[in-house]
Design a protein around this ligand. Structure first.
Ligand code: KG4
Ligand code: ZN
Length: 354
């Protein structure tokens, strides 16, 4: 019988410290035993965005207590960990170094190997932790705070870039638009909540690159269009943008969300046509957006395309996706864990160069 391997995963690329333990046995899909997360969002809110130095210092404070919590919840001991995985990039250099340093120190002390994981591969494989896991091959729509990409995925580590944003990511478009509407950081979820009260067709905002004929995205101009529209309304009302009537702000939020979602949905459908694939996997923080899910579900159902998402609480950064990606890389033979503890991190690291 195949031996069960326990893989610890540590995520520290940005403003969430995540730790998780998964069990890997033979060819079975790895199983999540426990995960723990600490979000620094409240700390960064005062500054309107992530402060890298504060993020690194906070990861240092959180990572070992979270590891202890995961071991307690999974009823495992440190000695039972077989591989220690960590996010090697992309992300904030200082923040990544905390996870990498702790992972390598832990592994060296336990005399166990380490494995560096690509953060976006973690997102991409996170739907395999859901109750409805996908099967290869599929088109992946990766929509996080820093990345917006369509990929052809034929197996673990087999990723071909089909298109990506040429400027801002979809998450950035949510966050920057939300900021100028006076919402707190990170604005994506707040804008989505406000949009529930508004009319999506209230303001005609651009759908950038919708007719470009390729699978690239551009969201920088949308944020400017939202700003121009909001300032025009504020000028007419003789107030600041943030103090516009609640109904106007809700209409602006709903119109912004509709523009972003329409582009993401139409480009994803084009990617499915272009590749001839019948399966779509959505991953990354923006994948939690309700309107995006509703529209993708409706459009994909019409075309007999299956859509898969991560569990809602695993859409944004977490340790489970890092432990899972490490386990799936080991299982597929794409990577072996190493006993060399001279670690490095890769703040910039394109996924298709894995
Ligand atoms: O994947 P993620 O946690 O971090 C990165 O790897 O970048 O994604 C964070 C992004 C942020 O831009 C956040 O505003 C956005 O995901 N986000 C959402 C929602 N939840 C998170 N955007 C729209 N609607 C949501 N419900
Ligand atoms: Zn992420």
């Amino acid at each position: 019988m195949a031996k069960t391997l326990q893989v610890l995963g540590i995520e520290s690329s940005c403003d969430e410290t995540g730790v998780a333990l998964v069990a890997l046995r033979g060819d079975d899909l790895p199983v999540l035993l426990a995960h723990a997360l600490y979000s620094q969002i409240e700390m960064h809110q005062a500054y309107g965005g992530v402060v890298p130095e504060l993020a690194s210092r906070d990861h240092i404070r959180r990572v070992l207590p979270l590891t202890q919590q995961v071991l307690l919840e999974s009823k495992r001991s440190l000695a039972e960990i077989d591989v220690v995985a960590f996010t090697r990039g992309p992300g904030l250099a200082g923040a990544l170094l905390v996870g990498a340093g702790v992972a390598c120190a832990l592994a060296a002390a336990l005399k166990k190997p380490v494995l560096g994981v690509h953060h976006l591969e973690g997102h991409l494989l996170s739907p395999f932790l859901s109750a409805d896991p996908p099967q290869f091959p599929f088109v992946a729509l990766l929509v996080s705070g820093g990345h917006t990409q369509l990929m052809r995925v034929t197996g673990v580590g087999r990723y071909t870039l089909l298109g990506e944003t040429i400027d801002d990511a979809a998450g950035e478009a949510f966050d920057k638009s939300a900021k100028l509407l006076g919402l707190v950081y990170p604005g994506g979820p707040a804008l989505a909540v406000l949009a529930e009260q508004g009319r999506a067709d209230a303001y005609a905002l651009p759908r950038p690159l919708l007719k470009s004929g390729n699978l690239d995205f551009s969201f920088a101009g949308l944020k400017t269009a939202v700003m121009v529209q909001a300032r025009k309304l504020a000028l007419a009302q003789g107030c600041a943008v943030a103090t516009l009537p609640a109904t106007v702000l809700a209409d602006l939020a709903a119109s912004t969300q509709a523009a972003i979602v329409e582009v993401l949905v139409k480009k994803s459908l084009s990617a499915l046509v272009q590749t001839g694939m019948k399966r779509l996997v959505v991953a990354g923080g923006v994948g939690a957006n309700r309107r995006l899910r509703e529209q993708l579900n409706a459009e994909c159902a019409k075309r007999q395309v299956r859509v898969h998402y991560p569990e809602l609480h695993l859409c944004t950064d977490n340790g489970a996706m890092i432990a899972m990606a490490a386990a799936m890389r080991l299982q597929s033979g794409q990577q072996t864990a190493s006993a060399v503890y001279a670690f490095d991190v890769k703040p910039r690291w394109p996924l298709d160069l894995l």
